[in-house]
Structures are given as structure tokens and as C-alpha cells.
Design a binder for this molecule. Structure first.
Ligand code: HEC
Length: 147
């Protein structure tokens, strides 16, 4: 009889742990589906002087580029998040169709692009594909847009 009760307690403890881990994962993502570290990007300083139109085949629309931190000399510091909003005609300003994100962790950029799907952003592309083109801007810390 005792043994059965103990086994049940262990199961409850494991379920609680799994639930706690789930909460942590959800907390890192905002309600709109973008990672929390992009929150408020539209009020960060812009790297572009005017909205960027046309340009690369990878990102087409009217674009603005926002950086959470300033360059320290040539390089952006660790923890910098750079967001490019890509809007199509008719998009609400707070809800551009696509959002491309670079985030510097331990000296290296991480790359993810999101696309609006209904009312939430989901991952469109990431990683090596992005690097293959941004290589061309390597001398500028992999960032094309300059003021
Ligand atoms: C075919 C080339 C190409 C590919 C592939 C590409 N980009 Fe870009 N990206 C650009 C260009 C060019 C710019 C400069 C602004 C513009 O013209 O849109 C840019 C700008 C950006 C910016 C703003 C900072 C900057 O460099 O100016 C971010 C953030 C970004 N891209 C993220 C991504 C991510 C994430 C991916 C992969 C999912 C990606 N890019 C794939 C060409 C590319």
C-alpha cells in the first residue's frame, strides 16, 4: 500500500517540473510570437536614415532597421539585437509582414526571420541561408545598413 502512494508522489513531482519548464519557454516569447528580446524594437535607434525600398531579393518591402545597442568602434557589442521590419502596402505599422532578427551571442550573430501568420509571427528562415548573403557585409560586422 505504502509503495503505491510513493510512486504517485513521484509522478506528481515530475509533472510539476515539466509544467515549470513550459512556463519558462513561453515567457521568452511575446504574445505576438516574436522573441521577448525584440520587445519595443520600434523605439530603438534606427540604422537607416530613410526607409529602405526594393533592395535584396531576400527581403522585399519597405524596410527599417533598428539596433538595441550602439557599435563600440567597428563592432556591435554582445547582446545587441538588430531588427529589420519589412512592411508591405497596407500593413499596420506595429505589424509588419516580416521581421528579420540578428542577435549577437558570444561574439557571433544568430539569425532568424519571422513572418506574420494570422495574428502571430512564425519562423520563416534562419541560420546558414542568412549568413551566405550577409557574408558580403562581413567587413561591417555582417551588417549591410549604415547611417
Ligand atoms: C540574398 C541576400 C540576403 C539574404 C539571404 C538575407 N539577407 Fe538580410 N539583408 C540583406 C540586405 C541587402 C540587407 C540590407 C537592407 C536591405 O536592403 O534590405 C539586409 C538586412 C538585414 C538586417 C538588418 C541589418 C543589416 O544587415 O542591414 C537583418 C536583421 C537581416 N538582414 C536579417 C536576415 C536574416 C535573419 C536572414 C535569413 C533568414 C537574412 N537576413 C537573409 C540581404 C540578405
Amino acid at each position: 500500500m505504502m509503495r503505491v502512494v510513493r510512486a504517485r508522489i513521484v509522478v506528481v513531482a515530475i509533472t510539476a517540473l515539466v509544467a515549470a519548464a513550459g512556463v519558462v519557454a513561453v515567457a521568452a516569447t511575446s504574445a505576438n510570437g516574436l522573441p521577448a528580446y525584440t520587445n519595443g524594437y520600434q523605439s530603438w535607434p534606427k540604422l537607416n536614415a530613410k526607409p529602405i525600398r526594393g533592395g535584396s531579393s531576400a527581403h522585399s518591402g519597405v524596410k527599417n532597421v533598428y539596433a538595441s545597442k550602439k557599435r563600440a568602434g567597428k563592432l556591435f557589442p554582445n547582446g545587441t539585437v538588430i531588427v529589420k521590419s519589412i512592411a508591405r502596402p497596407g500593413d499596420r505599422p506595429a505589424r509588419p509582414f516580416q521581421v528579420a532578427v540578428m542577435r549577437k551571442v558570444k561574439g557571433r550573430w544568430r539569425w532568424v526571420e519571422y513572418q506574420l501568420s494570422g495574428s502571430r509571427y512564425t519562423v520563416l528562415a534562419q541560420g546558414a541561408l542568412c549568413v551566405s548573403c550577409h557574408m558580403q557585409a562581413r567587413a561591417n560586422d555582417w551588417v549591410f545598413t549604415k547611417r
